[in-house]
Design a protein around this ligand. Structure first.
Ligand SMILES: O=P(O)(O)OC[C@@H](O)[C@@H](O)c1c[nH]c2ccccc12
Length: 254
């Protein structure tokens, strides 16, 4: 159940092909109990999924941070869930970060990585994630099969789209939590008009699940167009750059 990655363009393709080469199954620890990702995002108001990310291909080095300290600050600041990067090469993350955050933080965690093999879903669950990111630009028509495998493992999924075509694939696959990424992962360009446009389209097509706007948000005004349409927003870089993570989060959502 490996997606065909040879035609995936740009940075996204490079990272995904590297991740695919690295997958080598090994015995995993017993999965710990985890809280529901979806339920947390459905609490009243716009929920924030706050992201722990040391570096990224678009921003370079963002902050040398202890992921546990960052996640605890996010929890105090009112985050509803925490996204933990586990991609090592371009994002400086690891599964150990995920595990350590799980041991100290009560919020549901999202494993943020480039899932290109079903074993990565098992890993996500075993290291304490409530949900894993599924990127439709990588998984294509296999998205439904990955969703099914995640469900079988007791793992939720954030199904990510960036185009109208990908939105159709995600809806067809039966996504319950749908993320619209403002960033084109191949070119790394941001367009904040993407989330409202595809979010509206998803609702028009009858999507009744959880809608998450992703990437590029740094100011409170930018969240205005999401109100009444999106359930949640995923914010990483701008929070990570703030001197005080907890205060920065309160400022954005308070
Ligand atoms: O740091 P930002 O611009 O606030 O974005 C967070 C998150 O949306 C972004 O990290 C992201 C969204 N989808 C991804 C897929 C892979 C890696 C990273 C991502």
């Amino acid at each position: 159940m490996r997606p065909e990655l040879s035609h995936v363009p740009g940075v996204l393709g490079e990272i995904a092909r590297k991740r695919a080469q690295e997958v080598a199954p090994y015995p995993l620890p017993e999965p710990p109990p985890v809280p529901s990702f979806k339920e947390a995002l459905l609490l009243p108001g716009l929920s924030v999924i706050a992201e722990v990310k040391r570096q990224s291909p678009s921003a370079g080095v963002i902050r040398e941070v202890d992921p546990v300290e960052a996640a605890l600050a996010y929890e105090r600041g009112g985050a509803r869930a925490v996204s933990v990067l586990t991609e090592p090469h371009r994002f400086g993350g690891s599964l150990l970060d995920l595990k350590r955050v799980r041991e100290r933080v009560g919020l549901p965690l999202l494993r943020k990585d480039f899932v290109v093999d079903p074993f990565m879903l098992e890993e996500a669950r075993a290291f304490g994630a409530s949900a894993a990111l599924l990127i439709v630009a990588l998984l294509g028509e296999l998205t439904g099969a990955y969703l099914e495998e995640a469900r079988r493992l007791g793992l939720e999924a954030l199904v990510e789209v960036h185009t109208e075509r990908e939105l159709e694939v995600a809806l067809e696959a039966g996504a319950e939590v749908l993320g619209v990424n403002n960033r084109d992962l191949a070119t790394l360009q941001i367009d904040l008009a993407t989330a409202p446009r595809l979010g509206r389209l998803a609702r028009e097509r009858g999507f009744g699940g959880v809608l998450v706007a992703e990437s590029g948000y740094s100011r409170k005004e930018e969240l205005k167009p999401l109100e009444g349409l999106f359930d949640a927003v995923l914010i990483g870089t701008s929070l990570m750059r703030a001197p005080d993570l907890e205060a920065a989060l309160r400022e954005l959502v308070g």
